[in-house]
Design a protein around this ligand. Structure first.
Ligand SMILES: [Zn+2]
Length: 318
C-alpha cells in the first residue's frame, strides 16, 4: 500500500461530523435547533447569515444557505483546508484514524480506541503582520478599554484590504508567543461579530496565554471572550486567559495545568457559561486548585466595571 492510499467510504463512515466541527471550534459557535440539528454562522464563507450554516449531526451532513457549501465530512474539510476531496480524506485519515491505516481496514467495525488516536492540531506562525492598526479607534473606548490596554494586546482598527478590512483586528498568539492568527471583530451591529481565518484551530490556543504564562505567579483567571480578558487585565489582573468560547478544549486544559497551580474560572453568567464552568472545573479538579466565580445572571466580565471585577475576584484567593 502506498502512503497516498485512502478509503473514502471508511473515512466517511467512521469520522463523525460532530467531532470535526468540535475540533475546528465550529460547534461551539452553533446553537442547537432540534434533535441532532445545529445552526449558526458559516465557517466557510465567514460572512452574512447568522443562521446560514446548518448541520445535521445524526446524518453527518451540513449545508450553508448563504454560500451553498454542503455535503459530508470530506466536503467540510476540503472547504476548511482549501484542498481537494482526496486530500481532505487523506487528512481525516491521518487525524482521526489509526496511525497504521496504510494497511487495508479490517472488515469489522473499528473499535472506539482507533478513532481517537488523533494527531493534535497545531497552528502555524503567520508570515505577515497587519500594519497601521488604529488603537485609538472609538470602538476601543466604547468597549471600555484604555489606549494602554489596546497597545498591550496589540489590537486596533484595520482599514486596509482583505478579510480584516473595517474590523478590529485582535492578534492571537500560541504558547510560544508566535503570532498565529488575527480575529476580526465587527465594529458595527450588522456584520457577523467575529471572523476567524479558515483553518485556524481555536481549540489549540488560549488567548493571552503567552503574557499570562510569562508572569511570576502561579494563578490564572479564565474567561470566555477577548474583551472579558482585556477588561480583567485592565482591572489589575494581568494573569488572565480567554477560551474564545465557553468550552475548555483538551489542549487548553493541558496548557492551563502545565503552567498554573490555581485556576479561577470566571465564565459568563448565562446558562451556557454556568454549565461550561462546572464541566471545566470537574476536569481540572485533581490537576490544580480550581474555583468557580459566579458572575451575576445575564452578565459577563466585559460588562462589569473595574471595581466590580476587583471585588468579585477579591473574594477568592489571589
Ligand atoms: Zn457559507
Amino acid at each position: 500500500m502506498t502512503a497516498g492510499w485512502v478509503n473514502f467510504a471508511q473515512v466517511k463512515a467512521t469520522v463523525c461530523l460532530r467531532r470535526v466541527l468540535e475540533d475546528y471550534g465550529i460547534l461551539e459557535q452553533l446553537r442547537r435547533s432540534g434533535q441532532d440539528h445545529y445552526r449558526g454562522p458559516c465557517p466557510i464563507h465567514q460572512g452574512e447569515g447568522r443562521d446560514a450554516f446548518h448541520g445535521d449531526l445524526g446524518k453527518n451532513v451540513f449545508h450553508c444557505f448563504a454560500c451553498g457549501a454542503g455535503g459530508n465530512v470530506l466536503d467540510l474539510v476540503a472547504h476548511m483546508e482549501r484542498c481537494s476531496l482526496r486530500e481532505a480524506a487523506l487528512r481525516l485519515q491521518r487525524w482521526y484514524l489509526a496511525e497504521d491505516f496504510a494497511v487495508p481496514p479490517r472488515p469489522e467495525v473499528p473499535r472506539r480506541g482507533q478513532l481517537v488516536t488523533k494527531k493534535r492540531e497545531r497552528n502555524t506562525a503567520l508570515s505577515f503582520r497587519l500594519s497601521g492598526l488604529d488603537e485609538a479607534h472609538p470602538y476601543v473606548s466604547a468597549r471600555g478599554l484604555s489606549r494602554e490596554t489596546a497597545i498591550r494586546f496589540g489590537i486596533g482598527y484595520y482599514s486596509g484590504s482583505g478579510i480584516m478590512k473595517g474590523r478590529l483586528a485582535i492578534p492571537i498568539h500560541d504558547a510560544q508567543a508566535q503570532l498565529v492568527a488575527y480575529c476580526g471583530r465587527s465594529v458595527t451591529a450588522q456584520d457577523s461579530r467575529y471572523r476567524f481565518p479558515a483553518g485556524f484551530h481555536k481549540s489549540a490556543v488560549l488567548f493571552n496565554y503567552h503574557h499570562a504564562a510569562a508572569l511570576a505567579g502561579n494563578g490564572v483567571v479564565v474567561v470566555e471572550g477577548f474583551f472579558d480578558s482585556m477588561r480583567v487585565h485592565q482591572a489589575g489582573f494581568p494573569a488572565v486567559v480567554a477560551l474564545m468560547g465557553a468550552t475548555l478544549s483538551r489542549d487548553q486544559e493541558n496548557l492551563l495545568v502545565q503552567r498554573f497551580r490555581r485556576v479561577r474560572l470566571m465564565l459568563d453568567g448565562d446558562q451556557t457559561g454556568r454549565t461550561a464552568s462546572h464541566a471545566a472545573a470537574q476536569r481540572l479538579a485533581g490537576q490544580c486548585s480550581v474555583c468557580q466565580i459566579v458572575v451575576a445572571p445575564g452578565r459577563q466580565p466585559d460588562q462589569m466595571s473595574d471595581d466590580e471585577i476587583r471585588q468579585i475576584l477579591a473574594q477568592t484567593w489571589k
